[in-house]
Write a protein that binds this ligand. Sequence first.
Ligand code: COA
Length: 330
Amino acid sequence: MPRTEFIATGFYVPPRVVTNDELAGMMDTSDEWITQRSGIKTRRWVEPGTTCAAVAFEATTTALTRAGMKAADLDCIVFATTTPDHFFPGNGVYLQRMLGIPGIPALDVRDQCSGFIYGLSVADAWIRTGQYRRILLVGAEIQSPGLDLTTAGRDTAVLFGDGAGVAILGPTDADRGVLSTHLYADGQHAEKLWMDGPGVSHVPWISSELIAAGKHRVRMEGREVFKHASTCMPQSVMTALHANGLTPADITLLIPHQANLRISEMVQKQLGLRDDQVVNNIQKYGNTTAASIPIALDEAIADGRLKRGDLLVLTAFGSGFTWASAAIRW
Ligand code: COA
């Protein structure tokens, strides 16, 4: 059976840089509070009306150019996002339409911050079994229009940013590629990080009452998220390493989902990793949910931090709760 290799990656973030000081002009917060608690200094926001499919399209264009491929060479799209352009259909078909490649399947993944690794797991299985040979895997988010930019929303509004990252995946017979993926979920914690509406548990699905009650805003029990994220991510990394007969010392690069610099530091400490083994770029982009891992991966490649034969490990944690890991021989 072949393995799944990363043929090319690409990412896109909108040009508008939003500083902590700018947020402090909108709500009761400060650069000091945000930096101390999360590590975030800036994030990117789109201009109003920009769609999630559009930022994914930009990242895809970069990846296709780097791969020396045309959109028509793709035979499947797997699109992970928490912030779809519409209730339905999912974003995969909108991206497919923009790319001008009707007919190929478009799968939408709804696993929030873990979406990219969940999508990778599905794409890897399809590639190894030969069902598809050129899969576009997308993580893209537009968080900014949904943020509550008043003091009431400050616990989450300061954390999230917009952006997209993609990978083009294909089979290889060489001794490299995806070694394993491990996926987890625990719905007991569903309401600890969620957006209640709109949704069919409300009659009607959306109403002025629902909006007045703020049910269309992200709600988060920050400390609970922090506690679970900082234990589940290292556990899932250790599971990935054990499954492949490896140890933390074998890791060239760990890319944790960029939720919070403090969480990434806890993960690093628990795994006993050096600074040069862990990728952090949340300082620049904030938490871009499903997009954070592919954006960080693309930056790490551009910085020359991954060479052929290196061991790359990904791990994520997010709403659901869901969490996941992947081990990749580069
Ligand atoms: N600016 C200033 N003060 C803020 C604030 C902000 N942006 N957000 C919250 N506060 C205040 C709170 O109101 C609270 O005030 P009080 O003590 O007067 O009640 C105080 O800061 C402490 O709030 P708390 O929520 O206990 O802070 P914390 O130390 O837990 O840090 C998070 C908050 C959100 C940074 C932290 O819990 C966290 O990072 N959690 C994980 C979040 C995450 O990663 N989410 C995405 C997962 S995919």
